[in-house]
Design a binder for this molecule. Structure first.
Ligand code: MOS
Length: 747
């Protein structure tokens, strides 16, 4: 009975497809009121007047909150930072008359129905004093500056110091290439839009109490935020978030509707729901626009001798959002003379926000298309070139060894499955009817992180195991893999195990992000089950009649819902019988699982991938279709190949979206994202997605965590855009540097 590594079906699947699973804006309570956010229309300036009188005159409209009448909260006295806050000062909704970006919330209308709140919002008149705004990164490329250092830069390191003399080495290199890339911004558009339902529970001992259903990737993150900014205590705020309709980073930070909903509930002493519209999804966080320059120099045999990779990204005027864009180049290629640079430019925009493989997919596209161009210059196979320059250590982290790295195997198995050996490297050489066919490949890399987390395991008097941790399941399969880990560790049938999450009454876990949940919460679940086994053992051996009375913990095994002697398994006790020794009470344990930072620091810990892609390019229409793709992934132990495959497939689809479709278009005259709806913000539909294949190569890693699992939420995306761009070059002979590769760029 081993569940880890098996394609166990999602334990939450039935609830999700039958609608039983509830999302933040679906929790209904009596006397609920509805908030509707009014978004500002200018990019920079001041609100001079807000006239709410027509809205307030409507029966059923309770109030209109603005910066003029908003309650004083603790928020305004301190600069609280959430778990994913970059250095700077977080945006404060309705703080004052200042407008910092287009779409900024300027008022909240609260009414007895949603429709009424929305209608009333249309009657509120807002006047502004406009100032000149700057939103165009490309007009300010020379103004890049060093990012500020903060907590966030611990997790997302800035580039290492230059190594050797890249300019001199570049000048001497017999073969070199140079590229300049512009990536447009992208906005989070999970199916579930931002929403919060705040239930006002009345007062307990003279203090108000709130139950908050929030769309978040970490209930504890929202709880601490609300506690801190409203000057409440933790026991006044419970945040619940059992299901998330897609995260991808959008829920890593508390969003402004959470603030507005709690503010309104606290003031009105009523339950309040605030949901954002699809248009308003474009007014909070985005993948930043980034401009990159890459240069590679190589010897005639393909050895890379010089590397330069620089990036400049846009951030807001109030926070220095950073992501790791250029370091990956150094991790992949151990080049003796290298310079990696990352700069920021503050513009009149909202702060960018992590979006699946933040920075990784951006930088990887630049370095991996550069590698393809270099392969053509050298007349070398792109896989050969990568093998020639395969890094055995990570110079961006003081030449640390990798905890494990089966990237060679990714190349080998991926190439074989794809049929790479039969590729004719000549561009424009392959046609299928009227369309050009191209094959391209790229390497991917992402982090294998581990944080600290807590979990509780409770064995009921009926012999059922309930494990919980305040983590999230943003669709990744957390419910399922944690159930598998708990069942295996306890030696119980999986049907007798339930895992719960997303509630601040449960033991603390970090935000679900960075592909670290399997590693982090998985380790905590394993730990707490190990601890529970010890407790059960002690209980079972207490009585002098017990067959285990003289046994040592090392001598027992847990399997089939029983504890037995390893040497003589016929001596056994069912877990139900052991619990019954506890005086009719359940037995529970709560444990903390902490990585050993000193041990982990000795290694560079990453997942790797190789993506192979076929495209068809219709040169008459300028369209690109990804007809098939293979991703070979090295991510340590795969806990569940079914949910893992879904993660990688999802990442590959996003890779297609990233390479060919997604782009938030800014009209710089207004400083506003114009295509703020799903008709004009393009992303793939089923008709755009064809044959996607996933390979998990075997990789053993005893460093990353006790499970040997690295996390696969992001790695599936990283290599895809570069592989697609390389395939487009192979098909057409045209190197398109900017993303997305839209019709106008192909033609
Ligand atoms: Mo992910 S961008 O860390 O949700």
């Amino acid at each position: 009975m081993t569940y880890i590594g098996q394609p166990v079906k999602r334990v939450d699947g039935r609830d999700k497809v039958t609608g039983k699973a509830k999302y933040a804006a679906e929790f209904n309570v009596p006397d609920l009121t509805y908030g509707y956010v009014i978004s500002g229309t200018i990019a920079k300036g001041k609100i001079t007047r807000i006239d709410s009188s027509k809205a307030l005159a409507l029966p059923g409209v309770l109030t209109v909150f603005t910066h003029e009448n908003r309650p004083h909260t603790a928020w305004f006295d301190m600069s609280y930072k959430d778990q994913d806050a970059p250095p700077g000062s977080p945006f404060r909704p309705l703080h004052d008359a200042k407008i910092k970006y287009s779409g900024q919330p300027v008022a909240l209308v609260v009414a007895e129905t949603f429709e009424l709140a929305r209608y009333a919002a249309s009657l509120v008149e807002v006047s502004y004093d406009e100032e000149t705004h700057e939103t165009d990164l490309e007009a300010h490329l020379s103004e890049g500056r060093e990012p500020s250092i903060g907590m966030a830069t611990l997790i997302k390191p800035l580039p290492p110091k230059p190594r050797g003399d890249a300019d001199a080495a570049m000048a001497q290199a017999p073969v070199s290439i140079k590229a300049h890339h512009v990536h447009g911004p992208q906005h989070h558009n999970p199916m579930e839009m931002f929403g919060t339902t705040v239930v006002y529970e009345g007062e307990k001992k003279g203090k108000p109490y709130f139950t908050i259903y929030d769309k978040t990737q970490g209930a504890p993150n929202s709880q601490l935020y609300v506690k801190q900014i409203f000057g409440l205590s933790l026991d006044q705020v419970r945040v619940i978030s059992p299901y998330v309709g897609g995260g991808f980073g959008s829920g890593l930070r508390p969003q402004y509707q959470l603030f507005l909903a709690v503010m309104a509930a606290k003031e009105l002493k009523r339950s309040v729901r605030v949901t954002l519209t699809r248009q308003q999804m474009f007014t909070f966080g985005h993948r930043p626009q980034t401009v990159q320059d890459v240069e590679l120099g190589a010897a005639a045999d393909g050895t890379i001798t010089a590397l330069k990779h620089g990036a400049i990204a846009a951030t807001s005027q109030f926070e220095d959002y950073t992501e790791v864009v250029v370091n990956w180049s150094g991790m992949l290629y151990d080049v003796p003379d290298a310079t990696l640079e990352y700069k920021l430019k503050s513009l009149d925009l909202y702060s960018p926000l992590d979006m699946r493989a933040p920075g990784g997919v951006t930088g990887d596209h630049a370095i991996e298309t550069a590698m393809d161009a270099l392969a053509y210059e050298l007349n070398m196979d792109p896989v050969e070139l990568r093998l020639k320059n395969y890094s055995e250590k990570d110079w961006t982290e003081d030449d640390k060894p990798f905890s494990s790295k089966e990237l060679r195997e990714c190349f080998r198995q991926g190439a074989e499955r794809f049929g790479w050996a039969s590729r004719n490297p000549e561009p424009r050489a392959t046609k299928r009817g009227d369309v050009l066919v191209g094959w391209g490949m790229a390497t991917g890399i992402w982090d294998a992180s581990r944080m600290f987390a807590r979990a509780e395991a409770l064995l009921t008097v009926n012999g059922k195991l309930r494990v919980s941790s305040a983590t999230a399941d943003i669709g990744t399969g957390t419910y399922t893999i944690m159930t598998q880990i708990a069942a295996d560790t306890m030696g119980m049938p999986i049907e007798d195990v339930i895992f719960r999450l997303g509630d601040t009454d449960m033991p603390m876990a970090p935000i679900q992000g960075g592909s670290w949940t399997a590693s982090t919460v998985g380790s905590a679940v394993k730990q707490v089950c190990e601890d529970l086994k010890k407790t059960l053992f002690k209980l079972a051996r207490k009585s002098s009649q017990s067959p285990f009375h003289n046994a040592d913990f090392k001598e027992v095994i847990f399997r089939n819902g029983q504890m037995a002697l390893r040497e003589n398994p016929s001596i056994a006790m069912s877990l139900t019988d052991i619990v019954s020794l506890n005086g009719g009470r359940a037995v529970s344990e709560t444990s903390t699982s902490m990585p050993n930072p000193l041990e982990l620091k000795k290694y560079s810990r990453h997942t790797h991938s190789a993506a192979f892609v076929e495209v068809e390019v219709d040169e008459d229409l300028g369209t690109v279709t990804v007809t098939r793709a293979v991703s070979a992934i090295a991510a340590g132990k795969i806990l569940n190949p079914r949910t893992a495959r879904s993660q990688i497939i999802g990442g590959m689809v996003w890779g297609i979206s990233h390479a060919l479709q997604e782009d938030s278009k800014m009209d710089h005259r207004y400083g506003r994202f114009m295509n703020h709806n799903l008709a004009e913000y393009h992303m793939p539909v089923c008709a755009d997605i064809h044959d996607l294949d996933v390979i998990f190569v075997e990789e053993h890693d005893e460093i990353v965590n006790p499970l040997g699992a690295k996390g696969i939420g992001e790695i599936g995306l990283v290599a895809m855009p570069a592989a697609i761009a390389n395939a487009v070059f192979h098909a057409t002979g045209k190197r398109i540097y900017d993303l997305p590769i839209t019709i106008d760029r192909v033609l």
